[in-house]
Design a protein around this ligand. Sequence first.
Ligand code: SF4
Length: 291
Amino acid sequence: MQAIRQEVGSDFHLQAKISAVDYNNVLPWEKPGNSLQDSIQVCQWLERDGVDAIHVSRGSTFPHPLLPAGPFPFQIATSTYDTMISSAQWRTLLNYFLFRSPLLRPFFKCIWNRLERPWQSPITGDRIEAASLSKFFQEQISATELQDLLARYQGTVIEDARAIKQRINIPVLCTGGFQQASLIRQALQEGFCDGVTLARTLVANKDLAHQFAAGKDIPERPCTYCNQCLGSYLEYPLGCYDLSRYYKRSTEGANPADRAKATTEAHEAMIQEAMQVYTPPPQPFSPVQSQ
Ligand code: SF4
């Protein structure tokens, strides 16, 4: 850190992201890794060495079963993880075979789900009103189900962030599925952190900050924490790939052809939304032509 600071100068924002608790023992044969106390010590050293802010996360791997919290995206990872093979070490290959094989997948699932979710969030956002969600979204996920998802996956690291914040004097940012203005406000007001960071929830709603500014507590089509985007970005443009967020069930007809049409429309809407951020739109790339 001292060397980086020397290189970038004193007016360059230098931030460190840290796994507050490693939970490395998600693999039963590994040791747990850094504890919260270890990380507090590291953050104190980082502050001493001139870091401007700390960004608190969780888990010694990415993805880790506890962050980004949510299910492992088996279906999509099966088709995209092969990209990693060219730089593979034996563990990458092992992972790949575990996803791919229907026989071995239960073993992977067992490992993925073996750690208990260690938090009971000390704060919750406002109650979700059905009227605040899009009609089509509710055809897939009701307000009650969404409330449950938020309780499981939103703000999961704020206790750790607060423990670190209490022991250092530089700003502390916190990650963890935030997408509800009332919960973020509470986290800031009650001193859990100085700011929150958003990834998946911005992928799902790239105008999220504008929606908050307009007075919404939650977007009308929130992120469902399905983690399909994590599996996709290895090969596809970064975007939300949860088809259910685009599906309009009440418009589908009774026969299979109508259902296929509704699925195609949802798929096209999903791709169109993912591609909106690319200006100008991406062009096909051929290494042969470019030579
Ligand atoms: S694919 Fe979409 S809904 Fe699923 S986690 Fe990513 S952003 Fe959220």
